[in-house]
Design a protein around this ligand. Structure first.
Ligand SMILES: Nc1ncnc2c1ncn2[C@@H]1O[C@H](COP(=O)(O)OP(=O)(O)OP(=O)(O)O)[C@@H](O)[C@H]1O
Ligand SMILES: [Mg+2]
Length: 373
């Protein structure tokens, strides 16, 4: 980095030296070519014909004063150039060198690296954009680490059970009965589901899903999701109501994927709503979007968790939810699938005990989806 600073500062100085040399040479040439003639003319006009030795004296005096003036001018220009180079080096080259050092440190894994932002010029804008980028990298790295440790944690439990049973059967302590196989199958199924879920989120997030988009009515999608969820609702005695407003625009979506999103949301709503409660699935138009809302009368979500429930492996009450079979990936899949369609999903709740609402907004058919951001 020091090399960068030196070479940039040297280039600045060299550029200015070039200007000074060109200026001085031009000045000297003009002074030599024009000034003596003009001087002699003026002497002749003022004094008439002067004796030879006086003329030589006058010439010498004139040449000395021109040379002296030229020398002073070159010295002043050189000093100014040096001062300007130093100033530019401090104001431009040093901040750039600092940015380069910070970028190099980040490239080697020091994600906490930041640069100071002073003033409001283009360099300050660059420094502040650099800091934003560093912060984004730092949080991505944090999420990656969290994800790995969560994944290890999720895999440990079923694998420990499988290991324990296999060891027990081998040592003759656990009978190789149908019950044992059933436990082993359940646990290996958990691992398989986890891997499949993670793969689905990754593929949806990387837009690698093969979406079979077609034109469908909202009622078709909602009815299919409700029909699939009804038996589970009936067995827990939770009421499931549908409210689809008439004359809704059609959607251009993959009905299976959006069906899966609604299935996940209905499954969550049922899981978090006590017996005797109710869940409503509503569809209405909001501007150019169709909003599908799944509202329950269950345990609700505290405000600080509303955004985080969409993160992979995030559970509000991990101990309790894990017992109920959740691994915390359902909403991450739902968000990735909705965003792959150019839509949005968010959670609302008036707090614990007040029920929760999950709103899926999808652009109506013919409307350009908002991918990204
Ligand atoms: N309707 C709801 N009411 C209250 N809390 C909810 C509701 N839906 C989701 N949550 C909270 O959000 C967390 C994340 O939900 P998500 O669907 O991602 O995972 P999960 O249901 O625990 O497991 P999975 O869906 O992978 O089987 C849940 O563990 C729960 O704490
Ligand atoms: Mg879920």
């Amino acid at each position: 980095m020091r090399r960068l600073r030196r070479s940039l500062a040297a280039k600045l100085l060299a550029a200015q030296a070039l200007v000074i040399v060109a200026g001085s040479v031009t000045l000297a040439l003009v002074a030599l070519a024009v000034a003596p003639g003009l001087f002699h003319e003026h002497v002749r006009d003022a004094l008439g014909v002067v004796p030879e030795d006086v003329s030589r004296h006058l010439d010498e005096a004139f040449n000395d004063s021109v040379l002296f003036a030229l020398g002073i001018a070159i010295a002043a220009a050189t000093l100014t150039a040096a001062a300007v180079s130093w100033f530019l080096s401090v104001r431009i080259v040093r901040p750039i060198a600092r940015l380069a050092v910070a970028a190099e440190r980040i490239a080697h894994g020091s994600y906490g690296e930041r640069v100071s932002v002073t003033g409001s010029d283009e360099l300050a804008v660059l420094a502040s954009a650099f800091n934003d980028m560093a912060a984004a990298l730092e949080s991505a790295e944090l999420r990656r680490r969290q994800l790995l440790s969560d994944l290890a944690h999720e895999l440990r439990t079923p694998l420990a059970t499988i290991d324990g049973y296999l060891e027990g059967v081998r040592d003759g302590v656990v009978p190789a009965s149908a019950e044992t196989w059933a436990v082993l199958e359940t646990e290996s199924g958990r691992v398989r589901r986890l891997v499949a879920d993670l793969q689905k989120v990754s593929r949806a997030e990387e837009r690698q899903l093969d979406l079979r988009v077609r034109s469908v009515t909202v009622a078709t999608i909602v009815d299919a999701a409700v029909a699939a969820a009804e038996p589970a609702y009936a067995s827990k005695d939770v009421r499931l109501e549908t409210l689809v407003s008439g004359r809704l625009p059609k959607l251009a979506v993959d009905p299976d994927r959006i069906g899966e999103v609604l299935g996940n949301l209905l499954d969550n709503a049922l899981r978090h709503t006590p017996q005797g409660g109710s869940v409503e699935i509503r569809a209405e138009r909001h501007g150019d979007d169709v909003a599908l809302t799944i509202a329950d009368t269950g345990e609700g979500i505290a405000p600080e968790h509303l955004d985080r429930v969409f993160e992979r492996f995030y559970r509000v009450d991990s101990g309790r939810t894990r017992d109920r079979g959740g691994s915390g990936i359902g909403l991450a899949i739902a968000r990735a699938l909705v965003e792959a369609h150019g839509g949005r999903v968010h959670a609302e709740s008036d707090g614990p005990g007040m029920g929760a609402r999950f709103v899926v907004s999808l652009p109506m058919e013919g409307q350009s989806p908002r991918f990204g951001t």
